[in-house]
Design a protein around this ligand. Structure first.
Ligand code: B12
Length: 207
């Protein structure tokens, strides 16, 4: 584990920000920094599972990461794309309020020229199908970080089916504990392990 990941795991806010600023100065890419932060957040999650950290530490880690993202945001927007590459809907499913990773995905998509409609967190099931119809977006990103909200991704996709628009939109799922098995279970088209993968999938969908 790198120094930055360790500092984030140990909730050393000042050190985290210092290391991020040094990384930026030394030409480290935003995605490299995010990837190291991810490792730190996974470690925070593990300490939480082991009852060594409690909800307050989980909240604090989120706040530190939000501070990091405020520093990285301008770098994610810097690709200079002008024309819209296509519309992408992104939201965190019902029952889930995790949004740090989703917001990174959105920043990177916007920076890459996509028009993103951010549906927020804890999005009611039927809202997704409604918005797909309304906007004509061909890509829908569903975010879930809790294993008890995976079934909700499945329900959203079933709603698309029931509304007769399943074939109009490609569904990409993401969020730390998602994987190929969850994708298969939910009936999604793709699983993106990180923000860059999400951008590449959207490029593929709109090519
Ligand atoms: C910070 C955090 C919180 C914060 C969230 C703040 C916020 N605004 O998001 C707070 C404190 C609110 C929180 C609450 C809870 N949390 Co929490 N949380 C975390 C933690 C430590 C980090 C998550 C994070 O932001 N990571 C950093 C980002 C950058 O990573 P990421 O989300 O994976 O995103 C990347 C990729 O996954 C992908 N991606 C992300 N989203 C999307 C979306 C799309 C569409 C795509 C394509 C890709 C994509 O791209 C991103 C960038 O590369 C995780 C630990 C972990 N392993 O993830 C636990 C974790 C997710 N939480 C957990 C739990 C249990 C909870 C609570 C139930 C705790 C409680 N008892 O109340 C509540 C649930 C609240 C709710 N209803 O949603 C568990 C979930 C266990 C499980 N598998 O079900 C975890 C895994 C911790 C653990 N090991 O126990 N949490």
């Amino acid at each position: 584990m790198g120094q930055l990941a360790e500092a984030l795991r140990d909730l050393e806010e000042e050190t985290v920000i210092e290391l991020v600023e040094t990384g930026i100065k030394n030409g480290q890419s935003a995605l490299e920094i995010i990837s190291e932060c991810n490792a730190g957040m996974v470690a925070v999650g593990e300490l939480f599972s082991q009852n060594q950290y409690f909800l307050s530490e989980l909240i604090y880690s989120g706040e530190i990461l939000a501070g990091v993202m405020a520093k990285l945001e301008p770098l994610l927007q810097e690709t200079g794309a002008t024309e819209s590459k296509g519309k992408v809907l992104v939201g965190t499913v019902k029952g889930d309020i995790h949004d740090i990773g989703k917001n990174i995905v959105i920043s990177l998509l916007r920076g890459s020229g996509f028009e993103v409609i951010d549906m927020g967190v804890d999005v009611p099931t039927e809202e997704f199908a409604k918005k797909v119809k309304e906007t004509g977006a061909k890509a829908l990103g569903l975010c879930a970080l809790l294993n008890f909200t995976y079934p909700e991704m499945k329900t959203v996709i079933e709603t698309l089916q029931a509304t007769g628009i399943r074939n109009d939109v490609q569904v990409i799922i993401g969020g730390a504990p998602c994987n190929e098995q969850v994708r298969e279970y939910a009936g999604a088209d793709y699983y993106a392990p990180d923000a860059l993968a999400a951008v590449n999938l959207c490029k593929k969908i709109y090519q």
